[in-house]
Write a protein that binds this ligand. Structure first.
Ligand SMILES: [Zn+2]
Length: 253
């Protein structure tokens, strides 16, 4: 039986001279591992190899007993090339795809997360989101927080995880601890050796993420560093795209 869905490709592996194994993130299907037979042929039904971050309507026959699903159709939405036209944008969206792959399970749907991800990609392609480092970092941080929430790993950002004291900008020192999964105040920080000191601004915007668009560039870089450190801790290994995302903020891309 064929299943229809909308999906974004989050990983590709060459399977043979002519085929690819894809990891797709479907709106209603969740993560699907599928073979696209003949996709590397110029004249296949897929019109050439499928690239990571391409998205559109798919048709597939689901997997049984641990086997791969079979992709039969992928009608890719037209793209203007804005994602691939800017290296930092490409790196950040590839990082988002890597995180979706690592933090969601096969056939476990997350429609809200899918909509966020597609919205991120479409806004870039349609020119609604400027591909400046700052605009991309804002959207990436918001996406990462939605992803953590959807994965059941929501960090505690409004108060000290340990003593429950609500965050105030006049705390003086505010820390983020990966093991505590959130903010820690100066009275509690000694119990969490992995903590990192946050600037007051970073703590403020993490607590009130709706205001994150007002953060300055330095604070956005700091927030991303904290999120990467936290995500790396959760996953227990180095993240492939992280070093490209948290590189020097002076790097012109
Ligand atoms: Zn505390």
């Amino acid at each position: 039986m064929l299943t229809k869905d909308r999906a974004v490709c989050i990983r590709t592996v060459d399977y043979s001279e002519t085929s690819q194994i894809l990891t797709l993130f479907g709106r209603l299907s969740g993560k699907i591992r599928a073979i696209a037979k003949g996709s590397k042929r110029a004249k296949s039904a897929f019109e050439g190899p499928i690239e990571v971050l391409s998205f559109g309507q798919i048709m597939y026959s689901p997997a049984y007993e641990g086997k791969l699903a079979t992709l039969t159709e992928f009608q890719q939405a037209p793209v203007r090339g804005a994602i691939r036209g800017n290296l930092f944008t490409l790196h950040c969206t590839l990082f988002a795809a890597e995180l979706v792959d690592l933090l969601t399970d096969d056939y476990d749907p997350h429609p809200d997360l899918f909509d966020q991800f597609i919205g991120f990609l479409q806004d870039i392609e349609e020119g609604k989101l400027e591909t400046t480092r700052r605009d991309i970092l804002i959207r990436l941080a918001l996406f990462q927080l939605v992803l953590l929430y959807e994965a059941g790993l929501r960090p505690i950002l409004g108060s000290c995880v340990n003593c429950k004291r609500p965050f105030r900008p006049d705390w003086g020192e505010t820390y983020f601890s990966h093991t505590a999964n959130g903010l820690v105040c100066r009275d509690c920080e000694m119990s969490f050796p992995d903590k990192v000191l946050l600037s007051t601004k970073a703590a403020k915007y993490l607590t009130d993420v709706k205001q994150i668009a007002n953060a300055d560039d330095k604070t956005l870089d700091e927030i991303e560093r904290v999120l990467i450190r936290h995500l790396t801790g959760i996953l227990g290994h180095r993240l492939k795209m992280a070093e490209y995302v948290q590189g020097s903020s002076n790097a012109k891309v």
